[in-house]
Design a protein around this ligand. Sequence first.
Ligand SMILES: C[S@@+](CC[C@H](N)C(=O)[O-])C[C@H]1O[C@@H](n2cnc3c(N)ncnc32)[C@H](O)[C@@H]1O
Length: 231
Amino acid sequence: MSEKNQDDTFDPRARTREIQAQFAARGDALGWFDALYNEAEGDPSKIPWADLEPNRYFRDWAGENGLKGNGRTALVVGCGLGDDANYLADLGFQVTAFDLSPTAIAWAKKLYPDKDITFEVADLFQPFRGWLGAFDFVLEIYTIQPLPLDWRPRVIDAISAFANRTGEIVVVTRGREDNVEPDELPWPMSRKDLSRFETNGFVQIDFVQMPGEDDEPPRFVVAYRRRPVSE
Ligand SMILES: C[S@@+](CC[C@H](N)C(=O)[O-])C[C@H]1O[C@@H](n2cnc3c(N)ncnc32)[C@H](O)[C@@H]1O
């Protein structure tokens, strides 16, 4: 019997890996996200990352740094159910949030119907042209880590392209040491992986490592600002 039929023993992480592996075997690295949201039928406990609250590592970092929007524009990449977009809106950002999964975006709109957040279905690799170089603040939480390891540079390039000339990017990810091979989904990121942001013209302005819960890997919260262009 498939795990999803054994409700008392249902393990959302195991089911997620199962769906991801099925799609990967067909050469599809992206289709599993919408399939997972769809299969959950509105039950967030079936989605391993769906907490219905802002990411706690990002919230701790934002609190420590007194993050405020003051009307600045923000883009949330791979926003899932929209909890971090909602948090940024509460901090005073003008928020656009997107996800590849139409099911996730419909769900986010249902959770936050009255918030002034622009939710869009979009693929990171084929974004709206008007988003390129357009945002003051770009937030990426757990979107790089479940994409194939050999895509990492192009994923980071695509995220980098959204920040404007003085834009900031914050990444929240599971972390690993450079010399450790990641074994199973979600594949943690190393400092070497992250250095691609610096290749793309960003300066790292903060790097915080926080312990993961239970046996989870640590989390890295990393902030970048676009390197000023000298006159
Ligand atoms: C692990 S989930 C994290 C969701 C959310 N950031 C959170 O922390 O709750 C990764 C999200 O990225 C989205 N995603 C994956 N590939 C994408 C792509 N190419 N473009 C846009 N979104 C993508 C998935 O649909 C999924 O919602």
